[in-house]
Ligand binder design. Structure first.
Ligand code: HGY
Ligand code: MN
Ligand code: MN
Length: 413
C-alpha cells in the first residue's frame, strides 16, 4: 500500500483548530459546549464531510464520521480522540488523534485501499473534566459507565446541568440511547501525544500503549471558622486554609509513600472563601487527582488521604468532608490490536516501545466495550496541558502513518 501522509495540510488543519480558543495563541482554552467548542466541532465535521464520511452525532455530542466498508454489516474499526481543551492548554492534546485519525482515513482513500469493515472516526464529548468535574463523559456514556441520570446529576460550577449545556449546544435525545452494545466496534485505536518525557528521552518515535492508569478524583471541603484577621487571636483560630495546606502536603506524601513511581497525586483546584486578605478563611474546597497503574495501590492512597482528613479535622477543630468524584479501573489494551500496531511499526521501519499511559483517555472507557489500544507520539519535554505543548510534524506523520497501516490491517480482516 502506497501511503502518503499530507503532513503540511494536517499541520494547517491543527493550526486552524487551535484558533477556536478563548485564550490567545499559543495557549488553547476550549471548554466543552462553549462557543469555541461548537465552532471547532463544525470545523472538524466539515473536514469529515469533505472526505466523504457519513456523519452522525449522539445525544451528548459524540460525533461519528464513517467510511463505509465493502461489508458494512460487519462491526467497524474505530479511531478517535477529543477536541476539548482545559484552560491555558496546548494544541495537540486530543486533536492529534482526531485530525490525525481523519488524515489516516484520507491517506487510505488516496492509496486506493478499500476497507472490508467500515472505518469510523470518533470525536468524544468532554474528555476533559473542566466543566463537569469528571473526565471522559462521552466515552463513559458510550461504555455504560455513566447512564442517563448523569443528565441532571452532572453540573458545572455555575449549577447548570449537563442537560442544560448539551441541549443549548443543540444535542437532543435521551442520554440512555448513547450507550453502544458490546461488539459494536471490532477494534478501537487512539493516537495521542505521550504527555510525558519517555519517548523523547529514549529517542523512540512511537509508543504502543499496553495499559492505561486508573484515575480517581476527590472533592475535599474544609469548614473552619472565619473572622477578622486582626481581631481573632491565634489560639482561638480555626483557619480552614491552614488545615487545607496540611492536607495538600498529606496528599503528596501519601502518593510518595507507596515507593512506586507509578503512583501519582496532585491537588489541582483550591478555592478559598471568603477570599479577602483581612478575613480568616472559613472554608476551603480542594480537588484531588490520584492515579496508579495498580488499582489496589491507588485505593490505598485514597484511604491514607481519608485518614489524614480525619486527623487534621481532630487536631485543628475543623470539619472535613470528602466526596469521591470517580475511582475508575485501569485498562489493559487488547493483544490483537497491540500486535497489529507493532506490526505496522515494523512495516514502516519505525522504532517503538511498549508503555503505560499515565494520563487517562477515552480509550480507558472504550476498552470496556471494544478491543482497544493506543499509539503515542513524543511531545517536546513531555510537556502537556500547557501552551508550550508541542509535537513535531515528523512525529505526527509517523503516528498517522502507523495508525493508517493498522486501521487498514484491522479493517481488512
Ligand atoms: O487528565 C488526563 O489524564 C487527561 O489529559 N484528561
Ligand atoms: Mn488532556
Ligand atoms: Mn487528551
Amino acid at each position: 500500500m502506497n501511503l502518503k501522509i499530507e503532513t503540511a495540510q494536517l499541520a494547517a488543519e491543527l493550526d486552524t483548530l487551535a484558533s477556536f480558543s478563548e485564550a490567545p495563541a499559543p495557549a488553547v482554552t476550549r471548554i466543552v459546549f462553549s462557543g469555541t467548542d461548537r465552532q471547532a466541532r463544525e470545523y472538524v465535521k466539515r473536514l469529515c464531510a469533505d472526505a466523504g464520511l457519513a456523519i452522525r452525532e449522539d445525544a451528548v455530542g459524540n460525533t461519528f464520521a464513517r467510511w463505509a466498508g465493502s461489508e458494512p454489516e460487519l462491526a467497524a474499526v474505530a479511531s478517535g480522540s477529543h477536541i476539548d481543551a482545559i484552560p491555558n492548554a496546548g494544541r495537540y492534546d486530543g486533536t492529534v488523534g482526531v485530525l490525525g485519525g481523519l488524515e489516516a482515513i484520507r491517506a487510505l482513500q488516496r492509496s486506493g485501499f478499500r476497507p472490508r469493515r467500515s472505518i469510523e472516526l470518533v470525536i468524544f464529548t468532554s474528555e476533559e473534566p473542566t466543566r463537569f468535574g469528571i473526565g471522559c463523559i462521552g466515552s463513559r456514556l458510550l461504555a455504560g459507565v455513566l447512564d442517563g441520570a448523569a443528565d441532571t446529576r452532572l453540573a458545572g460550577k455555575d449549577g447548570e446541568t449537563l442537560n442544560h449545556w448539551r441541549t443549548a449546544a443543540g444535542f437532543a435525545g435521551d442520554l440512555a440511547g448513547v450507550r453502544l452494545p458490546q461488539g459494536y466496534y471490532d477494534a478501537f485505536l487512539e493516537l495521542h501525544i505521550e504527555q510525558g518525557p519517555l519517548l523523547e528521552r529514549a529517542g523512540i518515535p512511537l509508543g504502543v500503549v499496553t495499559a492505561i492508569a486508573a484515575p480517581a478524583s476527590l472533592r475535599i471541603r474544609i469548614e473552619g471558622e472565619g473572622g477578622h484577621a486582626g481581631g481573632v487571636l491565634m489560639p482561638a483560630r480555626k483557619d480552614a486554609f491552614c488545615a487545607a495546606a496540611e492536607l495538600v502536603l498529606e496528599v503528596e506524601s501519601a502518593a510518595k509513600s507507596t515507593g512506586v513511581i507509578d503512583t501519582v497525586a496532585t491537588v489541582g483546584v483550591c478555592e478559598v472563601f471568603p477570599g479577602a486578605i483581612n478575613s480568616i478563611p472559613s472554608e476551603v474546597r480542594l480537588e484531588v487527582d490520584v492515579r496508579d497503574t495498580n488499582e489496589a495501590r491507588r485505593d490505598g492512597v485514597l484511604a491514607e488521604i481519608g485518614d489524614a482528613c480525619v486527623g487534621v479535622a481532630k487536631r485543628r477543630g475543623v470539619a472535613v468532608k470528602t466526596e469521591t468524584i470517580n475511582a475508575d479501573m485501569p485498562a489493559q489494551c487488547d493483544a490483537r490490536v497491540v500486535e497489529s500496531l507493532t506490526r505496522a511499526c515494523a512495516t514502516h521501519r519505525l522504532g517503538f516501545q511498549t508503555m503505560v499511559s499515565r494520563a487517562y483517555h477515552d480509550s480507558l472507557f472504550m476498552s470496556r466495550i471494544a478491543p482497544t489500544a493506543m499509539l503515542f507520539i513524543p511531545c517536546r519535554g513531555g510537556v502537556s496541558h500547557r501552551p508550550n505543548e508541542y509535537a513535531s510534524a515528523e512525529a505526527i506523520e509517523c503516528g498517522v502513518l502507523v495508525l493508517a497501516e493498522t486501521l487498514a490491517d484491522l479493517a481488512s480482516k
